[in-house]
Design a protein around this ligand. Structure first.
Ligand code: ARG
Length: 430
């Protein structure tokens, strides 16, 4: 009996060719697995195509809820943004797909899993590392990394084997989509000087064509997770979809990024992530109200670390687990509502409220009701500045005198005569 392979199947050209190629080069039976992470395609058609091209079985799993619960929302709670720009949509979906590939392989008695990634990108790393972590005994094959065919040769191979060529093949772009965002690369985008042509954007309206009136939306969070939109409770998948639509309509969520790939190259990536953009902003606005300064500072550093972990394919590593425990703990009071204003490509948090808010009007106000003791500031400033005054007297004032360095300004003029100690008036007793 032939060995079985479970192939991650998108229905596109490469993975369709991979079905035939795996049979031919490895003599295996191919089971395809298509994971629905909110890519809005016709999954029945994808399944049919897999069988037509030669798979012995075609499986489709609706993983949207899982994707949101275990990947998107934890990343949102962490404020994970790779290099401060990319909300990690593709990167987050890969460990989930790897997990489902492994589960399916074990169920189907397959000893191999396969995916359609090339040898130049990040996704191969994410798939391979995740599969090896979850099931070290499974072999991983990446046909497109091995076959050495150019785009034209792949198309010729498809024609030869009567594999239907999707119309999207004519598009110069390589696109990946899921609930959390859309990634576009290749074609004219490879020239970093060229502005992305309007045609690459399909989820977002051009800000110049966006409505002339702003939209306001209210996002309710519980423990750092968005649970309602405009006062209406919603499951995660519906909420993200809806925010994608509303924010996209206002041109919010376009990203143009020169990105550092794990394999050492810089690449130009264009993303559309309306919901991710708005929800990340709203979440951070709520954290600004409900976390202490120290927590916020520390969490910012953790966000960079977690984004790197996700990007670099280390989702199933121990550090992700450890940091996720910290993130969960940090979110216990991140509950409340944020009002976002969306207008012509911009989004802004313009209102916030929380039952656990640390913002205190009686401390912040300059009007009546002020409870802040201003006289306490004097002693505080004395101690706060003590190291600076000490060091200035002992070292810096003389050290910088007569030099050209920027700090030389702190050297003060010497008093002409020895000045008499000044009479310091004391406040009158009341
Ligand atoms: N550069 C992104 C990443 O590594 C997105 C890759 C998506 N692929 C695509 N065909 N556009 O996560």
């Amino acid at each position: 009996m032939a060995d079985k392979v479970v192939l991650a199947y998108s229905g596109g050209l490469d993975t369709s060719v991979a079905i035939q190629w795996l049979k031919e080069h490895y003599g295996v039976d191919v089971i395809t697995l298509t994971v629905d992470v909110g890519n809005e395609k016709d999954f029945t058609a994808v399944k049919k195509k897999a069988l037509k091209v030669g798979a012995i079985k075609a499986i489709v799993i609706d993983a949207k809820d899982m994707f949101v619960k275990y990947f998107i929302f934890p990343a949102l709670q962490a404020n994970a943004l790779y290099e401060g720009q990319y909300p990690l949509a593709t990167a987050l979906s890969r460990p989930l797909m790897a997990k489902l590939l492994v589960d399916t392989a074990l169920e189907e008695g397959a000893s191999i899993v396969a995916h359609g990634c090339t040898g130049k990108g990040n996704d191969q790393v994410r798939f391979d590392v995740s599969v090896h972590a979850l099931a070290p005994n499974l072999k991983v094959i990446a046909p497109a990394r091995e076959w050495g065919m150019t785009r034209e040769q792949t198309i010729a191979y498809a024609k030869k084997h009567h594999i239907p060529i999707p119309i999207t093949v004519k598009s110069p772009y390589s696109i990946d989509e899921n609930l959390w965002g859309r990634a576009v690369e290749c074609g004219v985008l490879e020239d970093p000087w060229v502005e992305p042509p309007e045609e690459v954007w399909t989820w977002t309206k051009s800000p110049t064509k966006a409505p002339n009136q702003p939209a306001y939306i209210e996002i309710g969070f519980e423990g750092g997770i968005p649970v309602s939109l405009n006062g209406q409770e919603m499951d995660g998948v519906s909420l993200i979809r809806r925010v994608n639509e509303i924010a996209g309509e206002h041109g919010v969520g376009r990203i143009d990024h020169i990105e550092n790939r794990l394999v050492g190259i810089k690449s130009r990536e264009v993303y559309e992530a309306p919901a991710a953009t708005v929800l990340l902003q709203a979440h951070q606005a709520l954290e600004a109200m409900t976390l202490s300064k120290d927590q916020l500072r520390f969490k910012q550093k953790t966000a960079i670390e977690i984004a790197d972990i996700i990007y670099n394919g280390l989702w199933f590593g121990a550090l992700n687990r450890d940091l996720s425990a910290y993130i969960q703990s940090s979110q216990r009071y991140v509950t409340g509502t944020i009002r976002m204003k969306l207008f012509k490509g911009h989004s802004l948090a313009v209102g916030r409220k929380s039952p656990k808010s640390l913002y205190s009007l009686s401390l912040a106000t300059y009007d009546k009701g002020d409870k802040f003791d201003q006289s306490a500031a004097v002693g505080f400033i004395h101690l706060w500045g003590l190291p600076v005054t000490t060091q200035a007297q002992v070292q810096l004032l003389s050290e910088t005198e007569g030099t050209e360095e920027p700090m030389s300004l702190i050297a003060t003029k010497k008093p002409r005569k020895r000045a008499k100690p000044k009479h310091v008036p004391r406040p009158r007793k009341k």
